[in-house]
Design a protein around this ligand. Structure first.
Ligand SMILES: Cc1ncc(COP(=O)(O)O)c(C=O)c1O
Length: 377
C-alpha cells in the first residue's frame, strides 16, 4: 500500500465509525438550522442538481459573501471549499523561484501547493511565549526578500487560536505592500473570533481573502468556500479555474440559506463553542503540567500542551481514539513544535466535550505509558 492509500484508509475508517466524536478537524457538529436543511431537501426533491451552477457561483451567494465580510467593492469567486481557493490562488500567483512566506505553525496545504509550483517556502516560527504565539510585522519584514511574492497569513491561526489585532494587521499590511507582494489572508475561522480585522480593507489591490462555509456553517462535507479579491485578480483567477463548471449546486443552496439565517443561528453556535472551550480549559487546569497556552481561542479549537507531562501527543491521540474520540496531534501542523501539543475542536455537542473531559485524567495516565508510535495523519 502506498502512503496515500494508508492515509485514505485511515480517514475512511473514521468516517465509517458512526459513534466518532469529531474533535480533531475543527469541523462544526452543531445541528443545522432547519432552513439550511430545507434548502438542500428542496434542491434534491425538485431535482435541481441536473444543471451546472454558474462558473463563479450564484450571484446571490457571491453578493452574500461580500456582505458577510463587509467588502462591497471586492469580487467573490465561489470554490470547492477554501482549500480549492488556496490551491488555485497559489497556482495562479506563484512561479518557480518565488518566495512564499508563512508562519510556523500554519495550515500546511498551501505550502505544498506553493512548492508544487517551484516556490521557496519560508516559515517564521510563532509558537512559544517568546513570540506571544503571534506574528510581528518586524519579524515578517526581516524575512522578506526581493523574491517574496506571497505572504500567507492564517488569521485566526489554526492551530493556535490567536487573531491579529487591528494594529498588527495594519503593520503586516504595510510590510507586504512595501514588498509589492500578495497577501493571502486565510479567514476560515473569522466567525469564531472575538475581534477580527480584514487586511483587504487596508490593501484591497493585492489581498486575497479566503472564506469557508465548512466551519461556521458546518458544511465541511459539502465543499463550498470562496476567494474574495479585487475584481482584476478575480478576472485572472477566472481564466482557468478547476471548477469552471461551477461548484456544487446543493452546497451553494445550503450556503445561501445559511447566510440568510446567520444572525439568528450563529450566536448560539458561538456561545456553545465558547462554553465548550471553558469546559476543556477547566479540565486541563486540573491536571498539573497540562497547559492551554492560548485562551480564550479565537477559533473553534484549543491547543493543549502536554510536553511538560512527559507525554507524546500521539500517545494521547491514540488513547482517545480507543474511545472513538478524535483529537489531533501537533505534528499534523508542525514538525518543529508538534511534539508539544494536541489540538481539540469544540464546535461540537456538549455531550462530546463532557465525555472528553471526563476521560482526560485516565487518558493522560494511559498516554504516559504509551510509546506514541501509532501511525496518525
Ligand atoms: C486555515 C484553514 N484554511 C482552509 C481550510 C479548508 O477549509 P475548507 O473546508 O473550506 O476547504 C482549513 C481546514 O481545516 C483550515 O484550517
Amino acid at each position: 500500500m502506498r502512503n496515500f492509500d494508508i492515509r485514505n484508509a485511515h480517514f475512511d475508517r473514521l468516517v465509517a465509525n458512526e459513534d466518532l466524536r469529531w474533535m480533531g478537524q475543527n469541523t462544526n457538529h452543531v445541528p443545522s438550522h432547519p432552513a439550511v436543511l430545507e434548502a438542500m431537501a428542496r434542491c434534491i426533491r425538485e431535482e435541481g442538481f441536473h444543471v451546472y451552477a454558474p462558473p463563479a457561483g450564484f450571484e446571490a451567494l457571491r453578493q452574500g459573501i461580500l456582505n458577510d465580510l463587509g467588502l462591497p467593492e471586492a469580487s467573490a469567486m465561489v470554490t470547492d471549499g477554501a482549500v480549492a481557493a488556496l490551491y488555485h490562488v497559489c497556482h495562479t500567483l506563484l512561479s518557480p523561484g518565488d518566495q512564499f512566506i508563512t508562519t510556523d505553525p500554519t495550515w500546511n496545504w498551501p505550502m505544498a501547493f506553493a512548492r508544487s509550483k517551484g516556490a521557496i517556502v519560508k516559515q517564521i516560527p510563532i509558537y512559544g511565549a517568546e513570540h506571544g504565539y503571534r506574528l510581528s510585522a518586524e519579524r515578517l519584514a526581516a524575512a522578506i526578500t526581493p523574491k517574496t511574492k506571497v505572504v500567507y497569513l492564517v488569521d485566526p491561526n489554526n492551530p493556535l487560536g490567536t487573531a491579529c489585532t487591528p494594529e498588527e494587521i495594519a503593520a503586516i499590511v504595510e510590510v507586504v505592500e512595501k514588498a509589492g507582494a500578495y497577501l493571502i489572508h486565510d479567514c476560515t475561522y473569522r466567525h469564531f473570533a472575538y475581534s477580527h480585522t480584514l487586511a483587504a480593507t487596508l490593501y484591497p489591490e493585492r489581498t486575497l481573502t479566503i472564506y469557508s462555509f465548512s466551519k461556521w456553517l458546518g458544511l465541511a462535507g459539502l465543499r463550498v468556500g470562496a476567494v474574495v479579491a479585487h475584481p482584476d485578480i478575480i478576472e485572472k483567477l477566472a481564466a482557468s479555474p478547476p471548477n469552471n463548471l461551477g461548484s456544487s449546486l446543493l452546497a451553494q443552496r445550503a450556503a445561501m440559506a445559511g447566510l440568510a439565517i446567520k444572525d439568528e443561528w450563529f450566536p448560539g453556535v458561538l456561545a456553545q463553542t465558547r462554553a465548550n472551550q471553558a469546559m476543556v480549559k477547566a479540565a486541563c487546569d486540573a491536571i498539573p503540567g497540562m497547559l492551554v497556552p492560548v485562551y480564550p481561542s479565537n477559533g473553534n479549537f484549543l491547543v493543549l500542551e502536554c510536553d511538560a507531562l512527559g507525554i507524546k501527543p500521539e500517545a494521547l491521540v491514540a488513547a482517545y481514539q480507543k474511545h472513538s474520540i478524535m483529537i489531533r496531534q501537533g505534528s499534523y501542523h508542525t514538525p518543529n513544535f508538534g511534539d508539544r501539543f494536541v489540538k481539540v475542536s469544540v464546535s461540537v455537542p456538549t455531550q462530546w466535550v463532557e465525555e472528553f473531559v471526563a476521560l482526560l485524567p485516565a487518558m493522560v495516565d494511559e498516554a504516559r505509558a504509551g510509546t506514541g508510535d501509532t501511525k496518525l495523519f
